[in-house]
Design a protein around this ligand. Structure first.
Ligand code: AP5
Ligand code: MG
Ligand code: ZN
Length: 212
């Protein structure tokens, strides 16, 4: 089944997506990762998105929806995980229409619930691989060799938007725009909730159980 994985910044969407890709051969569509790739390649989309991302604000709906539409058009038959999209009710409505046109649908919208104190620790301590995007944490999941990615040997760095002042804006954008998506997916009877404040493996088992 295709799923939406949503939750606050730092809730573990990327971490869980990586496990779903590795173990269930699903496809991860992370709008954050797509924007970061566009920024790296200095495309028009990247230049536009960066203005918002650096401040911790949401990229405007029209830009995000257009990008996801293009990605979905190229998908094969594998099941996908939408990581970080939709993040507004308008995006969720647009997604429903795009999928319906292609005879596809979302099976479940999985909400990862994590308390705020834990989120701050996760976000300030997160480090990512510059090249393959692997996710680490300085305390709970450091790379085997300091500053070097276990998978590809590239440099492990801090994300631009993982600085404390930007984190505050991201959390506010989440509360105002993304938290209300719970009601939307409840009304669609697709909403399920997982306690994201447990070990990643335990969270994964809970997510997997909903995919049956
Ligand atoms: P995006 O890249 O999606 O960032 P985000 O939503 O803020 O989420 P994060 O990637 O920060 O957190 P995550 O849930 O993936 O957590 P992770 O697994 O890494 O978006 C970035 C920006 O792009 C947005 O601010 C916006 O500007 C723009 N954007 C993207 N999509 C958009 C959209 N749809 N509309 C508009 N704008 C959009 O984990 C975090 C840390 O916690 C890691 O260190 C990890 O090791 C650790 N961790 C994870 N799970 C556990 C666990 N179970 N126990 C302990 N530690 C854990
Ligand atoms: Mg992420
Ligand atoms: Zn890497």
């Amino acid at each position: 089944m295709n799923i939406v994985l949503f939750g606050s910044p730092g809730a573990g969407k990327g971490t869980q997506s990586a496990l779903l890709v590795e173990r269930l051969s699903m496809i991860q569509i992370s709008t954050g990762d797509l924007f970061r790739a566009a920024i790296k390649n200095k495309t028009e989309l990247g230049i536009e998105a960066q203005k918002f991302m650096d401040k911790g604000e949401l990229v405007p709906d029209g830009i995000v929806i257009g990008m996801v539409d293009e990605v979905l058009a190229k998908l094969g038959k594998k099941f996908f995980i939408l990581d970080g999209f939709p993040r507004t009710v308008a995006q969720a409505q647009a997604l429903g229409k795009i999928l319906a046109q292609r005879d596809m649908e979302i099976g479940k919208a999985v909400f990862l619930e994590v308390p705020k104190e834990e989120l701050l620790d996760r976000l300030t301590g997160r480090r990512v691989c510059k090249s393959c995007g692997a996710v680490y944490h300085v305390r709970t999941k450091p790379p085997k060799s300091l500053g070097v990615c276990d998978f590809c040997g590239s440099e492990v760095i801090q994300r631009n938007d993982d600085k404390e002042d930007v984190i505050a804006t991201r959390l506010k954008a989440y509360e105002e725009n993304t938290f209300p998506l719970r009601a939307f997916y409840k009304s669609e009877k697709k909403y399920v909730e997982v306690d994201g404040n447990q070990e990643a493996e335990v969270v994964f088992s809970a997510v997997k159980n909903y995919l049956k």
